[in-house]
Design a protein around this ligand. Sequence first.
Ligand code: SF4
Length: 257
Amino acid sequence: MKPTPTDPAQRLRLMYDRLANAYGPQYWWPSQTPFEVIIGAYLTQNTSWQAVEVSLANLRDARTLTIDGIRGVSVERLQELIRPSGFYTRKAPALKAFVSMLDAEFGGSLENLAAVPTRTVRNRLLALPGVGPETADAIRLYALKHPVPVADEYLRRIAIRHKLIDPIPGKNRKGYESLVRLTGDTFASEPESSHAQLFNEFHALTVAVGKAHCGKVPDCQCCPLVDDLKHIGTEASGRRPNWIGRSNRDGNQDIGR
Ligand code: SF4
C-alpha cells in the first residue's frame, strides 16, 4: 500500500482525485461562449450563480450577450438587465470598461487578448474597474484558456479546515495568492499541456464540494474529503469546530476588494 502523503500539495492532489471520483467531470464554465464566461465572471461577484443566470437570460433576450451587444447598449439599460445579480451600478460600467479596453487595445477581439502573455493579461485586467484577482484569473482560465489556477472562498475554507496553508489565508490579496500558489504546486508535476484542464476541473470540483458539504457549517460525515481530516486529528463531524473561521456568501469577492 502507498504511504499517505503529508505534504499539503500532495494531500490536495489526492483530494482532487477523490473529488473527481465522487463527482465526475464538471464541464465548466457553464456558458455558451468565451464572452459569456467573461460576463458571468463579472456578474457572479458577491452573488449566487442562480442570480447570475437570471441576468444572463435578460441579456440574451435583449440580444446584448455579445461584445457588440455590450458595446451598443447604454449603461442605464445594462443596469436594468443585470439588476438581478446585484451591484448593478458598479458592474454595468465595469462591463462597458472591459469592452472599451478590448476595442482600444485588442481590436475588439478576445483572440487578440488571449494571445498576449498571461501575466500581462492579468495585470491589464487587474487595472480595470471591478476586476480583482479571482475575476481576472477566471477570465484567463475559462474564457482565454490560459493554464492558470483560480482560487475562491470554497478553496479557502477547505485550506483552512484541512490546515493546508500556514499562516491561515485571509480574505485578501495575500491570502488569495497563497491559495493560487498551493493549487499550482498541487499540479506542478503534471505535464504543462494538461494544466488548463486540471485547473478547470479542480476549481469546479472545489465549488461542488463546497456547495454540497463545506458551507458555513461543514457537513463532514459524508464528504468525499473526510479522510484527509485525519492529518489534523479532527473527527468527522456535522458541528462547527472552533478553528473554523466565519465564512461568506456565494460568489467571488472581487467587487468588494
Ligand atoms: S465538509 Fe469537512 S471534510 Fe468536507 S471539505 Fe469541508 S472540512 Fe473537509
